[in-house]
Design a protein around this ligand. Sequence first.
Ligand code: FAD
Length: 403
Amino acid sequence: MKVTIMSKRNVHVAIVGGGMGGLAAALALFRRGISVAVYEQSSVLKEIGAGLFVYPNSLRQLERLGVGDALARVGAKVGSGSEYYRMDGAVVGKILITDSSGWNGLYGMHRADILNVLAEALPSSAIHTGHRCIGFIQDNAGAQLFFENGNVAHADVVIAADGINSVLQKYVVEPSAPEYAGCRAYRGVLPAEALPDWRREAHQVWMGDGKHFMVFPLRRGELLNYVGFVPTTNETAESWSAVGDRDELAASFSGWDTRVTRLLDEVQTCFWWGLYDRKPLDRWVNGRLALLGDAAHPMLPHLGQGANQAIEDGMALAVLLEGCPDNFSVEEALARYETLRRPRTAMVQAEARKNGLRYDSKYADLGERDREIANSALLRKDLYDYDVEQRANEMRRQDSVPT
Ligand SMILES: Cc1cc2nc3c(=O)[nH]c(=O)nc-3n(C[C@H](O)[C@H](O)[C@H](O)COP(=O)(O)OP(=O)(O)OC[C@H]3O[C@@H](n4cnc5c(N)ncnc54)[C@H](O)[C@@H]3O)c2cc1C
């Protein structure tokens, strides 16, 4: 349905999903004085024990949103000793840990820590837990969201930040299932004191035949986050909380570099996660409804950019919606958002797939893989240098949506 939206003052935005993407978008909107409410299905905001990278491209935005100091208190700087290895420990090359200016804006973060920082920066009245969205309608006057608990919310704009299995995505594109990558990630954290000789600041990646293993620090370096990527024929659920088999994990990396096997000796329990992504969607917006984060562009984790891209999405939305209604209508703001964000995230989705092939050594000539790994520093540099706020401001100044 084509919805014509009249410009009006005091745009109110409803965000479905209180994960990293939803909360970062809420904070970006809130900081620009835009009225926002988040609706999260869980009864409390929570993330389980696992880590992710915050890279310069999103840390730059988060600092502008005023949470830089709070993140610095809970993050672990990732820096010296960051390297790629073959499975036997032979060094392949260094991992880029700065943007072009030399800024080491790179943290290993516990997911719970970054979620708490974002939630605490928002007024508690803006977050509505226990709200599982089950339906959506829109017309020229506004949009409505329907929740399992019987509540109904009204908004001028609805942001679907409800993850890879988004319930709102079907209001924008034909329903389709995410694609299984044939790979399972075993993940967990260890106290760093369990491995006193470990390089505390390092992001380290071991690349073997069809598998790879990585370690990086979390929480001021007090924890080590490990992830082992192993091929499977059985689909594994896409879940942060499914308990994995630590013996299977250890067996998968038996005979690898002793740094890997020594770490795995310390593992008592782990989680596992099936890897899924999608090909880029044809569109992200329908009238007042826009997709964000994994609902728009789920990607494989082989560049560590999923949440980083979701944070960029939120900043772009806030800049463009701030242009309403003086510069353009809500519908046009969302069209500009899609125009700005879709090509960049499609590129990252494709590059994450390619990087997975490198990490899993799917090459007849490993020398070629090693050269590509060295060249991938150029891609990382471009990713890290990107300033979404600046790009969104440029897009906002355009007379019409570029085609
Ligand atoms: C092994 C692994 C490692 C990764 N490492 C990194 C990394 O280093 N760096 C990085 O940037 N990314 C990483 N990612 C990707 C990252 O985790 C995701 O891209 C990111 O969490 C997406 O955020 P989101 O807010 O879009 O979705 P989610 O985090 O999935 O949040 C969606 C939220 O919506 C809620 N929800 C769902 N349905 C409804 C509904 N109907 N009503 C209300 N609420 C609903 C959910 O409860 C949830 O809180 C990794 C992923 C994997 C698998």
